[in-house]
Design a binder for this molecule. Sequence first.
Ligand code: 5GP
Length: 137
Amino acid sequence: MPSVFSRIVSGELPSAKVYEDDETLAFMDINPASRGHTLVICKEEHPDIFSTPPHLIAAVAQTTQKVALALRDALNIDGLNIIQNNGAAAGQVVFHYHVHLIPRWQGDHVLRSWTPHPTDPSELQAIAEQIRAALED
Ligand code: 5GP
């Protein structure tokens, strides 16, 4: 069963499109966190960052920057959050790789940041070593 975003790509479902090229599509989020909340997807359906081919990750990144510049110029934004959820534990609901662009204005309280937790530098080194080992595999 195609994802809801694949159904938008095929034209089966409507959307408010802002940009399209061979590999990507940008359109307004149906339940925006803020005015101008836009989604950038790759047209080919892949669930998340783990499974999407690198050239499509790059294409989505390029479109994300294009749309970011347009949001800045069109909506007089003060800032922009770019969020990309992977997996239900991270809040992903639509399992078709996509990036959120969420315009921000000073004092809008649209998103809360995480709570920083100080940690031991040796713990940071240990985690970095684990990640380096995985990169070498
Ligand atoms: P996720 O939590 O998976 O990163 O976010 C999925 C996003 O897709 C949500 O912000 C949701 O509002 C948006 N969305 C879900 N269904 C539709 C739809 O049919 N059309 C549009 N334009 N956005 C959708």
